[in-house]
Design a protein around this ligand. Structure first.
Ligand SMILES: NC(=O)c1ccc[n+]([C@@H]2O[C@H](COP(=O)([O-])OP(=O)(O)OC[C@H]3O[C@@H](n4cnc5c(N)ncnc54)[C@H](OP(=O)(O)O)[C@@H]3O)[C@@H](O)[C@H]2O)c1
Length: 317
């Protein structure tokens, strides 16, 4: 089968198209003929950093290193303990996150517990896109944010991969949604369903919003968390995707009775089924900025690394 193998940690020139054996499946796994891989910022991070590679993939000696966790394709074989899926089923999901997902390949061995059936109204590209990023948005808002109808929710980077799913999921729950982006992406953020838009270049979001029930912060600067804390109301919830809270920030949050959590997304088939249901009923759409061919995976990494993508980047396999 064709796969993109990482020759060594470094630039995108180290992503090489190779012919390698189809993986064997374990008893709890299905073999998926993969048609699309979602590309995420963590993919480029892992490619470029030895520490990140070892932390996320833990590759074994002599094993081909294949990045990627988001897959969408057809089941071609099932392990003997698999109950939910049969050959011919179209499935999608984020597989073996913080492990070797090996998504940049024509065939992927995937645990059945991490997959959902792909809705018929959703393409393989849109389904692969709606894996890690949509799962992160779901777990941030639902699992940790405890979102409910009428909540005021501030979503940073609302035009990005995670952000655009978060806006749609929050609207699905009946929240009032405020999304931040540059002015150029205002129309898109409102199109995703946000009730209000804040241009982070011309407005200080913490001066516009001071009473959010939930804030989703995916930005890298530590002082951004302090500003987000100012935007949450007493008793609200602040979920960080990137920065870990300092002791000082935890104390400040405690003084406001604000729940804080730095999320690490986890593979979860039940959450994928919730995402599949939203896709099926038309409450969730993948905005796809670019679809690249498998041999162009390096270009897909370069696009994601700009930090300016509108929606998602996908590789077609
Ligand atoms: N902890 C976890 O489990 C987890 C899971 C998923 C992702 N993440 C992290 O979360 C972050 C977001 O991921 P992603 O996939 O959504 O990234 P992404 O798709 O690359 O985000 C791109 C978006 O960020 C926006 N943006 C850039 N600077 C901004 C600012 N100062 N304020 C508001 N928006 C800004 C851009 O809008 P403009 O072009 O308008 O600036 C662009 O649309 C990444 O750092 C990723 O590694 C963490």
């Amino acid at each position: 089968m064709k796969a993109i193998v990482l020759k060594q940690v470094g630039g995108t020139e180290n992503l090489e198209l190779r012919d390698i054996p189809v993986p064997a499946i374990k008893d709890n796994e299905v073999l998926v003929r993969n048609h699309a891989a979602g590309i995420n910022p963590v993919d480029a991070f892992v490619r470029a950093s030895e520490g990140a590679l070892n932390m996320f993939l833990q590759p074994q000696e002599g094993e081909d290193i294949i990045i990627g966790w988001d897959i969408a394709g057809e089941v071609t074989a099932t392990g003997k303990n698999v109950k939910q899926f049969k050959p011919g089923d179209a499935v999608f999901g984020m597989v073996n996150f913080t492990g070797h997902g090996k998504a940049y390949a024509e065939y992927v061995a995937a645990p059945e517990s991490q997959l959902a059936l792909k809705p018929a109204n959703t393409s393989y590209e849109a389904a692969a896109a709606a894996s890690l990023a949509a799962l992160t948005a779901w777990q941030a808002l639902v699992t940790y944010g405890k979102i409910k109808k009428g909540d005021k929710v501030l979503i940073h980077a609302a035009a990005g991969g995670v952000g655009h799913y978060a806006v749609q999921i929050a609207k699905h729950f009946g929240a009032y949604v405020i999304g931040t982006s540059s002015a150029a992406k205002k129309e898109a953020v409102l199109r995703f369903g946000a009730d209000e838009h804040i241009d982070y270049n011309s407005q200080k979001f913490e001066e516009v919003v001071t009473d959010a029930d939930i804030v989703l912060d995916s930005l890298g600067a530590p002082d951004h968390i302090d500003r987000s804390l100012a935007a949450v109301k007493d008793g609200g919830r602040l979920i960080s995707l990137l920065v870990f809270f300092s002791d000082e920030q935890k104390q400040k949050a405690a003084a406001k009775n604000v729940y804080t959590h730095r999320i690490s997304v986890v593979s979860n088939g039940d959450d994928m089924k919730s995402i599949a249901a939203l896709l099926e009923q038309g409450d969730l759409h993948s905005e796809i900025a670019h679809v690249y061919a498998l041999e162009e995976t390096g270009k897909a990494h370069e696009q994601v690394a700009t930090g300016k993508t509108l929606g998602k980047v996908v590789v077609k396999i």
